[in-house]
Design a protein around this ligand. Sequence first.
Ligand code: C2E
Ligand code: MG
Ligand code: MG
Length: 251
Amino acid sequence: MTTCLPEPTLAEAVAHDELRLLYQPIVRIADRAVVAAEALVRWQHPDRGLITPAEFLPAGHEAGHMPLLDQWVLQRACGDLASLGRLAPAHVNVNLSAPTLATDFCHLVTSALHHAGLPPERLRLELSEGADLTTLTHAAPRLESLIARGVGVALDDMGTGSTDLRYLSRLALHGIKIDREFVGGMLHNPRDHAIVHLLTDLAHTLRLHVTAEGVETAEQLAALERIGVAYAQGYHLARPLTLAELASSLA
Ligand code: C2E
Ligand code: MG
Ligand code: MG
């Protein structure tokens, strides 16, 4: 008789130290300098090997384990940036999920910085566009207090949510990240091109930094530069790397 073991949960993955972080460089287009790296989580699953967020975050959301994951990522990413010493890029970007934004998350952020001995300016939080306006509004005072200490906050996947514009007017954000769907379409779909243009102009009027996500070709990079986008991230520039790979690429 075969017994069917229950699937391990994300909380168990954290407890068993099975999560891994990859770092994708964010590049200043003008001189290709690596200014930041975005931490991207993977799970070294006991049965399935290394799996991507799309495969385990939905169950993690449902089980209420996202704050545990975000806490682990914050701690590890701040520690990893500090461990890079003089090779390190100026910033590490960490994604914060909507369920975490609904909690009292300030101490997760400040304790991760404190343990790593990292000044707040080195950390940037990326807010999931999956967060609804109620969650974001609830989180705003806590985000403002982190921003006042120097932590950067960027709006991720810009253009895919319906609440972005209202949020842009409410919070002292550092920057926006234009969703890769628009970047992917901008060379053959004039509407996507127009949206990238519009978001960039809007962000610049608000004095926000603009990063384009999902840049896969030199042609896309050139088109973004013509529009005035200053920062880019994508397979054309660098894939998500292990910490060791990031260190040797920066050396
Ligand atoms: P995101 O924050 O928008 O991250 C960018 C995603 O685009 C990453 O997928 C990255 O590997 C992928 N990507 C980068 N360059 C390219 C490109 O040129 N082409 C294409 N097609 N894709 C590219 P990944 O790592 O699978 O993560 C997916 C999403 O899962 C993230 O989207 C983020 O929302 C979430 N996520 C990832 N890591 C974390 C984490 O540590 N914490 C939380 N809360 N969410 C995370
Ligand atoms: Mg992100
Ligand atoms: Mg994104």
